[in-house]
Ligand binder design. Structure first.
Ligand code: ZN
Length: 335
């Protein structure tokens, strides 16, 4: 790509194009735009609830009414969509709250689609927030210990997905990492008549320590063991590509890499290899680190947030899921 016939110093001086903001902007290879941002929101039952997550300043557990207000502000700032997580009143061993017709996510989706029809509503599909043990699938216990069951879990995930679609969700986002879930969800959506409901799969989701603060936000910490028997090992890049290939074969419309900043190589490889719409999820730990360092006055929150989002775009992400979506959209407007 770089030809030896090109000019060399002193004829070639890259600094010429860095002299003014206008010049730098003219030749910027990557741009950020508010319409690439998605804001994750946490819904819980009740009214007027606005409970801040201790490890994530500025992030709240919200009841449907306050969530609508938050989504409205973000949408007015230019954010096109939200990604919903639910925190039910009751948890059990079969995650009933995940697929209840009047579950917390289903109620919230209905309210958002009624009051803010132009807002894209994406729903996280998983069972962990609704399971008493906090795992993403059904658990089988015997003398050898506890195992997460793959195939019986698929039915519950598909049931959850179709209940979200019925409530009006535009995009279903399965995050459980069970094998075969995208196919199970696609088939169920299609057979229930939701052929136009898209799937954004958490295709390469790693068992990451960066999720720490989220578990408080979603009240979904596993009560025993960890999620390493289903989420990916941080060491594996080629396996991540196989996971993405599987989800695309099974019918995913958009694929996601999660977390984002520590996995930029995979965002790049996924986009380069497959060319599908690719999402990056800047997870809770990434957000909390920036917030904490900024609160200490050690870094500039706005500059570091925008540089991180730009890096995800440069790596190849089309969609940026970030807890800073509303602020970032505001900063982009101000310029
Ligand atoms: Zn889960």
């Amino acid at each position: 790509m770089i030809s030896p016939a090109l000019a060399q110093f002193p004829a070639l001086r890259p600094r010429r194009l860095r002299q003014t903001p206008a010049l730098r902007s003219l030749v910027a290879e990557t741009r950020l735009s508010a319409d690439q941002l998605i804001l994750p929101l946490f819904a819980r039952p009740g009214r007027k609830v606005r409970r801040e997550v201790a490890a994530m300043p500025g992030v709240f557990q919200l009841s449907p009414d306050t969530l609508l207000a938050e989504a409205t502000k973000a949408h007015e700032a230019g954010v096109p969509g939200v990604l919903l997580f639910g925190i039910p009143d009751k948890k059990d061993a079969k995650a009933s709250g995940a697929y209840a017709a009047k579950g917390i996510v289903q109620q919230t989706v209905r309210l958002l689609k009624k009051e803010l029809p132009s807002l894209l509503v994406i729903t996280d599909v998983c069972l962990c927030e609704y399971m008493e043990h906090g795992h993403c699938g059904l658990v089988h216990r015997d003398a050898k210990g506890a195992r997460i069951l793959n195939d019986p879990t698929l039915k519950l995930l598909a049931q959850t997905a179709t209940s979200h679609a019925e409530a009006g969700a535009d995009i279903i986002a399965p995050s459980d990492m069970m094998d075969g879930r995208v196919r199970a969800i696609r088939e169920r959506l299609d057979s229930d008549g939701f052929t136009d409901t898209a799937i954004m799969s958490y295709a390469a989701k790693f068992a990451s320590a960066f999720y720490g603060p989220f578990r408080e936000a979603a009240e979904s910490a596993p009560q025993f063991g960890d999620r390493r028997s289903y989420q990916m090992d941080a060491a594996n890049g080629r396996e991540a590509l196989r996971e993405v290939a599987l989800d695309l074969q099974e019918g995913a419309d958009i694929v996601m890499v999660k977390p984002a900043l520590a996995y930029l190589d995979l965002i790049y490889r996924v986009k380069t290899e497959f060319g599908y719409p690719t999402a990056a999820y800047a997870v809770s730990g990434e957000y909390s680190m920036i917030k904490a360092a900024a609160a200490k006055g050690w870094i500039d929150e706005r500059a570091v947030t925008m540089e991180s989002l730009l890096a995800m775009r440069r790596a190849g992400a089309d969609i940026l899921i970030t807890y800073s979506a509303k602020e970032a959209a505001g900063w982009l407007k101000v310029g």
